[in-house]
Design a protein around this ligand. Structure first.
Ligand code: ATP
Ligand code: MG
Length: 180
């Protein structure tokens, strides 16, 4: 029997931005806010695939390699708390079109390959805390970081010894606008 793996497409945060975000988080949120997401795990999910077979993963890797999508930059200028899912996040007040298009194309390929996609609208965000179920005092603003996205990746999520880890399986470059 072939093993299934828990996979998702995402944008990573550069190491420098990861450090800036966790420093700011430690300064701005109380210690008991929830479960802080590890620096290396900060990301923006583009499409969640769930537990899938190697065959499906290979099919999605093939289609991902054929996607022609553009580089973009986005201001992380929004912040919020979803009490239902317990997520405290930062995101963009206006998501760039190139990001929405990339996520939409990945999600439709995922759906066509039998990966159930949420009916909720796509809201690109970086989760800062999980399991934040009590009211959270949200800082009035983020430091307005700029995220320059020049690639997207496929990740495997594993849970070992009480820790969620992501392993990058593949990365595809995004193209300069002039190249498309
Ligand atoms: P943990 O579940 O251990 O707290 P996690 O949520 O980061 O950590 P995963 O559940 O493997 O790890 O999720 C990987 C990524 O996919 C995360 O960005 C998560 O928010 C997203 N994700 C997980 N489940 C779904 C889902 N059903 N629909 C959409 N996105 C999802
Ligand atoms: Mg999860």
């Amino acid at each position: 029997m072939s093993a299934e793996r828990r996979l998702f497409f995402a944008l990573s945060l550069p190491a420098k931005l990861q450090k800036q975000v966790i420093k700011w988080r430690a300064e701005c949120f109380p210690q008991d806010t929830g479960r802080p997401v590890a620096a290396a795990n900060l990301h923006i999910t583009l499409a969640f695939l769930g537990e899938i077979s190697e065959l499906k993963a290979e099919a999605l890797i093939r289609v991902a390699g054929r996607i022609q999508a553009q580089k973009f930059s986005m201001h992380l200028d929004d912040i919020g708390h979803w009490p239902g899912s317990g997520v405290v996040w930062i995101g963009a007040k206006r998501a760039p079109n190139a990001l929405l298009q990339l996520a939409s194309v990945l999600r439709s390929h995922a759906a066509r390959n039998g990966c159930h996609q949420s009916a909720l609208p796509f809201h690109p965000h970086v989760s800062l805390y999980r399991s934040a179920t009590r009211p959270v005092a949200i800082p009035p603003a983020t430091p307005q970081w700029l995220l320059e996205a020049d690639a997207f990746s496929l990740y495997e999520s594993t849970y070992e010894r009480g820790r969620t880890r992501y392993r990058c399986l593949r990365t595809w470059p995004l193209a300069d606008a002039s190249a498309l």
